[in-house]
Design a protein around this ligand. Structure first.
Ligand SMILES: [Zn+2]
Length: 198
């Protein structure tokens, strides 16, 4: 368990996790904007579907970034390893191989990696799958946290009004919590309602 956990924390996976969190933040923001379009307070399936759909659609413009999850590997393979090879160093451990190559040695004396020109990084279907998975995770995390964010804000407003003296003929209103837009209202005659920003 610990070992597989340690194996997960490679530079590439940390980079991809960070990328996923950035995309989740993007979905979260879009979800919060779209969640208030329905003009209703509380959880409504229709509103959620629209907001989650909007969050998904707003991921599409980022499709160009399909190779981004593999940037660490692309860098390693195409830039770092190539540079090491040209300087007569081991592509894996950077061990100085000058003088060793001439002796007909075929593997690195330090780590045993074969001495060969690095194979360029190739685009495979695997990276496409990885990209879809990252986006899917980002979408699920972004949309569900967006729903929680907006919903708990509405609940908080309702509590604020109940805690105040609601018998008075007084209107309550305040802005929704960022990044959601619009305001929340309560009046004695109309009850709770919401309006998108004027
Ligand atoms: Zn080596």
């Amino acid at each position: 368990m610990l070992r597989s956990l340690a194996m997960f924390f490679t530079r590439g996976n940390l980079f991809r996790s960070l990328l996923m969190l950035i995309l989740a933040a993007h979905v979260f923001y879009m979800y919060c904007l779209a969640r208030t379009w329905g003009g209703e307070i509380g959880f409504h399936a229709g509103q959620t579907v629209i907001a989650a759909g909007f969050g998904l659609i707003m991921l599409v413009p980022l499709l160009w970034a399909v190779t981004v999850p593999d940037w660490p590997e692309i860098y390693t393979r195409n830039i770092r390893d190539r540079r090491r090879y040209q300087r007569s160093r081991c592509t894996a451990c950077d061990y100085d191989l000058r003088g060793i190559k001439e002796t007909g040695e075929t593997i690195c004396a330090e780590c045993g990696t074969p001495i060969a020109e690095p194979v360029p990084y190739q685009f495979t279907f695997g990276i496409f799958k990885k990209f879809i998975l990252i986006n899917l995770l980002a979408w699920i995390i972004g949309a569900s946290s967006g729903e929680m964010w907006v919903f708990t804000d509405e609940v908080a407003f309702q509590r604020e009004v109940f805690e105040a003296n609601t018998n008075e003929e007084k209107a309550y209103f305040r802005e929704r919590r960022w990044p959601a837009v619009g305001s929340l209202y309560w009046t004695k005659s109309l009850g709770f309602y919401t309006r998108s920003s004027e």
